[in-house]
Write a protein that binds this ligand. Structure first.
Ligand SMILES: Nc1ncnc2c1ncn2[C@@H]1O[C@H](COP(=O)(O)OP(=O)(O)O)[C@@H](O)[C@H]1O
Ligand SMILES: [Mg+2]
Length: 279
């Protein structure tokens, strides 16, 4: 397995083209989710959602606060059970979390008493990974993200951006085929955000994986995505699926391209028109 990881890490573009298979990563039909409120009444949080994600695709999601974005991500992750619909992940019924799926949340959840390398190595125990291979991979990831010299430091000695990089390394330790990101840069300042999102874009290109990322930043959604999904207010449905036909690799220069601005305007109008409808 380790050789396969390394060849994918060094030749991600080829891995990306080939994907790991042609079966859709996600294939959802009419998926809904309701929660029970305190009184035991149903709160229709999301859907019906139809969604297909192909191997190697980076899908960004934007939508108003509380519309059900995190709910959709949690259903995709298998952390939450859907109320209705048909759910397939890699062609199989989706009913539980999988080590093939890595997740990064807005608030990095590093343990303060453990060093960075120990934090990155955590999934090795939980997922019973081969220790030697995992350690080797942890160091490779720390190197890729510029954290190698900080491996023995505790999280509190690192900046917000560095902590988020460490969270990325940890999510990638098990070599997941699919990465889920819930507002991963939400807690960072604007400059760090831009730098880190471009870095993620580059890493994602190198590693050749599929990704599903929620963000409230329209520019970030476009900069990283192959597609931008726009969700309606709760119960969130996908009201637009916009193809981002911008060249890769993306850079700071991408954001000044006329096509970028056109897509941004399109997304803004979709969100804004909806908000006016609701008012
Ligand atoms: N565990 C839960 N129990 C009850 N209601 C929930 C739960 N999680 C989310 N909700 C409700 O579902 C709706 C969608 O939430 P969420 O998916 O977190 O939205 P978003 O991520 O788009 O801000 C909200 O109205 C929220 O209050
Ligand atoms: Mg959310």
């Amino acid at each position: 397995m380790n050789d396969a990881i390394e060849s994918r890490m060094t030749d991600g573009s080829r891995a990306k083209q080939a994907g790991t298979s042609s079966v859709p990563v996600i294939d959802f039909t009419a998926v809904t989710k309701s929660y029970k409120d305190k009184a035991g009444l149903d709160v229709h949080a999301m859907g019906p959602v139809d969604l297909k994600i192909e191997p190697g695709e980076f899908v960004s999601v934007v939508g108003p606060s509380g519309c059900g974005k995190s709910t959709l991500l949690r259903v995709i992750a298998g952390l939450e059970t859907a109320t209705g619909g048909e759910l397939k992940r890699y062609g199989l019924p989706l009913d539980e979390p999988s080590y093939e799926v890595g997740i990064i949340f807005q608030e990095h959840v590093l343990f303060p008493w453990a060093s960075i390398i120990e934090n990155v190595m955590l999934p090795a125990d939980i997922l019973h990974l081969d220790k030697e291979a995992a350690r080797k991979r942890a160091w490779q990831l720390l190197e890729m993200t510029g954290l190698k010299d900080f491996a023995q430091h505790r999280p509190q000695m690192l900046s917000g951006g560095m902590k988020q990089r460490a969270a990325f390394c940890r999510a990638m330790l098990s070599d997941p085929r699919f990465l889920l990101l819930d507002e991963p840069f939400g807690a960072l300042d604007a400059l760090t955000r831009e730098e880190l999102s471009l870095e993620l874009s580059r890493l994602w290109g190198e590693l050749g994986r599929s990704a599903f990322m929620i963000t409230h930043d329209i520019e970030e959604a476009i900069l990283l995505g192959d597609r931008v999904l726009v969700m309606s207010p709760r119960p969130g449905r996908i009201i637009a699926d916009i193809k981002v036909d911008l060249p890769r690799p993306r850079s700071v220069g991408t954001a000044v391209l006329p096509r970028f601005q056109e897509i941004k305007q399109q997304v803004r109008e979709l969100i804004f028109a909806r908000q006016k409808d609701e008012a």
